[in-house]
Design a protein around this ligand. Structure first.
Ligand SMILES: *Cc1c(COP(=O)(O)O)cnc(C)c1O
Length: 396
């Protein structure tokens, strides 16, 4: 047998973390890594954050799981906090981002069904989008590498170039249910949408009675310096998927919606065995305790500005490698002039720096939101050492 016990769908590297502490990961032999990947924008509070750890320890010893057939004081509390701090009136909890997207797609379709327009079932999606790996989520992206061999996919999705309002508008027809879009594309290469684009989608949605569905799985939960990224665009969605950072490392996602948008989501229309169980709710509540505390978002913004400025200073010294810096808050990307995956591997294997590659040859810089100046300094020195010692592949 040559297949590995772990299904070989990931190109796993040689780093084998066994312990985490703040912004550092430690491998099996004690090797230390500066973690500016954060489990791909998940470990918002770094590793082993005392408040999150204690909340989980207390909850695990009290009550880990009960069915959604029972009342949930923990879930009501977390949902109420999200309702109080966002556009939403109601929340469905999931265990992952893809499931949050699934719930968002179902909510959008069901809105039109409940409004007497079941033919309005098609979402307009965007090139280079990433929405997760379920059949619904891969149907919402037109990237071949995720779809090949999994056809037939779900009908009811069309695709326009990202950030192209006229192209999105041109796709609207009698079957359109709404738009599904990441305000800042993550896997696609840290591409923030323009103000005009998101504002334009909002206006089109209002004009044609369509649902504006945002996928904030990667860019949400304080990552960009506001609780959700769309706040910086001066718009609100009808429906939004959140996950990744929302559990601080515990598997948790959420589909948030306005009362109007959720009008079709009545008893029996959706569900999840684990979704919103007490342990997950303890994680979500502990994360919110930290990120909603006065001054936290200001801190993320200030740190984001310092990190961005530091990256921008690196570019002229290594302009054969780096092209530009992009992103919002602490969701940053460095556009490279060559293969970003190869550079990420070099920084990891030779300089103990963890980053994540993304589309368009972008290196994603996604540190925990709690980093301090010393981590920025260490990052800058590792990044410039990595750039200095990096040799571009020869053409042969
Ligand atoms: C990661 C991600 C998802 C999928 O989340 P999973 O937890 O892996 O299912 C969906 N949308 C976006 C924008 C993401 O970055």
């Amino acid at each position: 047998m040559t297949i590995t016990p772990l299904m070989p769908v990931y190109p796993r590297c040689g780093v084998r973390p066994v312990r985490g502490e703040g912004s550092y990961l430690f491998g099996e032999n004690g090797e230390r890594y500066l973690d500016f990947a954060s489990g791909i924008a998940v470990n918002l509070l770094g590793h082993g954050h005392p408040h999150l750890t204690k909340a989980l320890q207390d909850q695990v010893a009290t009550l880990m799981h009960v069915s959604n057939l029972y009342g949930s004081p923990q879930g009501e509390a977390l949902a109420q906090r999200l309702v109080d701090t966002t556009f939403a009136d109601t929340v469905f909890f999931t265990n992952s981002g893809a499931e949050a997207v699934e719930c968002a797609i179902k909510t959008a379709r069901r809105y039109h069904f409940a409004s007497g327009n079941p033919q309005k079932n098609t979402l307009i999606c965007f090139n280079n989008a990433f929405h997760g790996r379920t059949l619904g989520a891969i149907s919402a992206t037109n990237q071949e590498k995720m779809r090949d061999g999994f056809e037939p996919l779900l009908p009811g999705f069309t695709y326009a170039p990202f950030d192209d309002l006229a192209a999105a508008e041109a796709l609207i027809d009698a079957n359109t249910a709404g738009f599904l879009v990441e305000p800042v594309q993550g896997e696609g290469g840290i591409r923030p949408a323009s103000q005009e684009f998101l504002k334009g989608l909002r206006a089109l949605a209002d004009q044609h009675d369509l649902m504006l569905v945002l996928d904030e799985v990667q860019c949400g939960v304080a990552r960009t310096g506001t609780l959700y990224a769309h706040e910086q665009y001066g718009i609100v969605p009808d429906i939004m998927a959140s996950a990744k950072g929302i559990g601080g490392g515990f598997p948790l996602g959420a589909c948030l919606a306005t009362e109007k948008a959720a009008k079709g989501m009545v008893i029996g229309t959706h569900g999840s065995t684990y979704g919103g169980n007490p342990l997950a709710m303890a994680a979500g509540n502990a994360v919110l305790d930290v990120i909603l505390a006065p001054g936290f978002l200001e801190q993320v913004n200030a740190t984001g500005q310092r990190l961005r400025a530091a990256l921008e200073q690196l570019i002229p010294n290594h302009d054969h490698l780096f092209e530009s810096v992009r992103g919002l808050g602490l969701m940053l990307g460095v556009k490279m002039k060559s293969d970003s995956r190869r550079f990420v591997a070099h920084a990891r294997d030779h300089h103990g720096l963890l980053l994540v590659a993304a589309g368009e040859n972008v290196v994603r810089v996604l540190p925990p939101l709690v980093i301090e100046q010393a981590h920025i300094d260490e990052f800058v020195s590792k990044m410039s050492e990595a750039a200095r010692s990096y040799t571009l592949p020869s053409d042969d």
